[in-house]
Design a protein around this ligand. Structure first.
Ligand code: RTP
Ligand code: MG
Length: 148
């Protein structure tokens, strides 16, 4: 079973879309293992996006990602790394398919609502960058009849 790191960027909280986006991951069948609201220090965002250092959009990206609180989360599921990137849609929302998060809810590449890890190596790197081990719950679905 794969794990991935999902971040709801500052525009998600600003626009009141936190519940909507978390709902899409839960309804897909993915399992939430960790969740917190973080005002990330600049150094954390710089480490997170270090692969983009030197690109023309890098400075704007770091400013955007530090402009307000982010919902940081860890999820688990079958093939979740590529599957969650499909749920997000293309990086540029104007090219993202309808039905995807970015396709349905965003218009600009610089305000594209959500991040998802793009490989198993980056998923583990990002999880350990944003979360302490004790903040991640390895729970199992129970057979308890919660509603009678
Ligand atoms: P993310 O890392 O946030 O999940 O996005 P991604 O994999 O789909 O795209 P990536 O290439 O990793 O880019 C990271 C974020 O940088 C911003 N960006 N702006 N041309 C531009 O102005 C541009 N290109 C990328 C986006 O916020 C993108 O999500
Ligand atoms: Mg990326």
């Amino acid at each position: 079973m794969e794990r991935t790191f999902i971040a709801l960027k500052p525009d998600t909280l600003q626009r009141g879309l936190v519940g909507d986006i978390i709902n899409r991951f839960e309804k897909k069948g993915f399992q939430l293992l960790g969740l917190k609201l973080v005002q990330p220090p600049r150094e954390l965002v710089e480490k997170h996006y270090e692969e983009h250092l030197g690109r023309p959009f890098y400075e704007g990206l770091v400013n955007y990602m530090t402009s307000g609180p982010i919902v940081a989360s860890v999820w688990q599921g079958k093939n979740i790394i590529s599957s969650s990137r499909s749920l997000l849609g293309a990086t540029d929302p104007s090219k993202a398919a309808p039905g995807t998060i970015r396709g349905d809810l965003a218009t600009q590449v610089g305000r594209n609502l959500v991040h998802a890890s793009d490989s198993p190596v980056n998923a583990e790197r990002e999880i350990s960058l944003w979360f302490a081990a004790k903040e991640i719950q390895n729970w199992s679905r129970s057979l308890e009849p919660w509603i009678n």
